[in-house]
Ligand binder design. Sequence first.
Ligand SMILES: Cc1cc2nc3c(=O)[nH]c(=O)nc-3n(C[C@H](O)[C@H](O)[C@H](O)COP(=O)(O)OP(=O)(O)OC[C@H]3O[C@@H](n4cnc5c(N)ncnc54)[C@H](O)[C@@H]3O)c2cc1C
Length: 364
Amino acid sequence: MTTLALVPNVALAPRTTLGVGGPAQFFAEVTTKAALLEALLLVKERELELTVLGGGSNVVVSDRGVPGLVLRVALAGLKFEPVADGFVEVTASAGENWDRFVAECVARGLAGVECLSGIPGDCGGTPIQNVGAYGQEVADSIVRVDTIDRHTGVSQTVDRETCDFRYRYSRFKAEWRDVRIVTAVTFKLRAGGAPSLRYGELTQRFGDRAPSLAETRAAVLELRRAKSMVLDADDENTRSAGSFFTNPIVSEAQAEEVEQRARARGLAAQLKMPRFPSSEGIKLAAGWLIENAGFAKGASFGRVGLSTRHALALVNRGGASALDVLNAALTIKRGVLEAFGVKLVPEPEWLGFGDDELAELRAR
Ligand SMILES: Cc1cc2nc3c(=O)[nH]c(=O)nc-3n(C[C@H](O)[C@H](O)[C@H](O)COP(=O)(O)OP(=O)(O)OC[C@H]3O[C@@H](n4cnc5c(N)ncnc54)[C@H](O)[C@@H]3O)c2cc1C
């Protein structure tokens, strides 16, 4: 017998940080694994589509809404378990708020996630795109991810290697997309460890001094706040999905070509184009490309604009539709392609859209 209520026609915009889009055909929130399994059974019985929602900080919801069941996975609980060599394994249930988790780890002197302070959303959302910032990413400390197969209800724990984490990518964005639901994530953190200081803006701030984990967290939060990259109802740039495009990774030859185009536009002479070598290729700065293609911070596309503090964030300036967001993103993509020959790819997930609507935006 089922007891879980599927609530019809629930507005999704208020459940996302960008605040656009229509309703869920049905909505349910589950706080236990039993309820999650019950939801999966209902979906099967009624032949509904299923969309998982976490904190809603990396999604764009279609104006038509989302068909089928939108399931908020709100499983709660944190478990700290000392393991060998001064490490502690911390298991966070999927519905735990990410930044509260980081704050708790920092307060306990556990190093490994401090630079990821201030990122919105839930712990369960972090492996999906291998969340990263300020020189750290969750793939550095995740040891395993507990999942449930949405079709069979079977639980399976996958280790870090199997997840194939890369820059803003994991198998959860590929073949596991409509298969695995994350129920918990386990991180291996160093007790009493030093903070990770790999990012220029952070190292400059402390000079030769070795900061504590708490100081590092505070510095990251301050840097993020200055770029409107923390949620703050009083900040005019707050209604966003964070960085809207990933930083393109290109070959050495492509990077050369982009640089030549920048020179031809008279840019490189005044301003060096940022390029960062990575294991996957040369990473270019999407924000730099956007600004130097002619889209200044604060640029307006009707009810959508670029953040006044960060050229990479698209902001709902009030009353925007998902179509407004899509059109603004396409305008930027076309502008950067024309200026630099680089195809920007959006970072957020698009819920309730058809593949045809997104074909141009997703083209690589
Ligand atoms: C102001 C701001 C700043 C940000 N800064 C950063 C940053 O610095 N670095 C960064 O990497 N990201 C950043 N983001 C993006 C976002 O916060 C992260 O990607 C976050 O991890 C998304 O988690 P969520 O719970 O909100 O996921 P949602 O937005 O709810 O979902 C995102 C995707 O994950 C899937 N998903 C969510 N939970 C589960 C689950 N339990 N099981 C299976 N699939 C699931 C959803 O189906 C969807 O496809 C930022 C966003 C904002 C608004």
